[in-house]
Ligand binder design. Structure first.
Ligand SMILES: Nc1nc2[nH]cc(C(=O)O)c2c(=O)[nH]1
Ligand code: SF4
Ligand SMILES: [Mg+2]
Length: 246
């Protein structure tokens, strides 16, 4: 029996939901989201700390206390995950987290169970390379390599081997979360080090309220125009606010 560790919308209920993709190159596309629990990083401004910031975690997180693990995560057999996905009647899946690529054997087994008719999109921090078994199922990678302002040590947030591999992968898009105009220099450096074309780079304002997103868009939009990078908003925040299961 293979199972996935999932986040919850409330205790006992896995975070599997139907929504419009709110970020990135597929923005606006109806998708089934499956949120996995657990992350190998600890971003200060993480918008889903309930996937990893559990009691006893020694990282800091801006603005929140730790979460009780058994209330905020659960284990679900992949057959049940597949059944819940199928109920939505939507062929686009987004695996997110946390860091979903920490559970690739179970994700590969789930995709095999679902069959070939699904478009599989991944939201990942880019520090974990694809396994051969899961690679075969993946159609699109939305990678968000973390910058210095995330608070993670440089050697943790950038895995040179996996990032170099993704830079060569035509399925990969690079969605950087930015908090200030100065972040552009770090993105420039990564883009030139890994030879990532501007065309595949998107910048997204950090923020979990429409007001903050709008305020940051004022300097981010011209910055994107200037550098030839794409801009992405966070549609779900405008539509639903910062709420689980949306
Ligand atoms: N609607 C919607 N779009 C999203 N795109 C990426 C998300 C994420 O949390 O990774 C997300 C999310 O949580 N909701
Ligand atoms: S990598 Fe993503 S899920 Fe993990 S702590 Fe950072 S923002 Fe949160
Ligand atoms: Mg998110």
């Amino acid at each position: 029996m293979t199972s996935l560790r999932l986040a919850t919308v409330h205790p006992g209920e896995p975070e599997i939901f139907h929504s419009l993709q709110g970020e990135g190159i597929s923005l606006g596309r109806p998708s089934v989201f499956v949120r996995l629990s657990g992350c190998n990083l600890a971003c200060l401004w993480c918008d889903t700390p309930y996937t990893w910031y559990f009691t006893g975690h020694n990282a800091r997180h801006r603005g929140c206390e730790t979460f009780v693990r058994r209330e905020n995560s659960l284990t679900l057999d992949i057959a049940e995950v597949a059944r819940r996905i199928a109920e939505f009647g939507c062929r686009h899946i987004v695996f997110t987290g946390g860091e979903p690529l920490l559970q690739q054997p179970a994700l590969a087994a789930l995709c095999a169970l679902l069959g070939p008719d699904y478009h599989i999109e991944i939201e990942s921090n880019g520090t974990v390379a694809l396994t051969a078994a899961f690679d075969a199922h993946v159609d699109q990678l939305n990678l968000s390599p973390k910058l210095a302002h995330s608070g993670n040590a440089a050697d943790l947030r950038v895995n040179e081997t996996s990032l170099a591999g993704y830079a060569r992968d035509p399925r990969a898009w690079f969605k950087f979360v930015v908090a200030s105009p100065e972040d552009a220099d770090e993105i420039d450096a990564l883009a030139s080090q890994y030879a990532i074309a501007a065309e595949r780079i998107l910048l997204m304002p950090e923020g979990t309220s429409p007001a903050v997103l709008q305020q940051r868009a004022h300097w981010l939009a011209p910055l994107c125009l200037d550098r030839g990078w794409r801009f992405t908003d966070r549609l779900h925040i405008h539509l639903y606010g910062d709420t689980r299961g949306t």
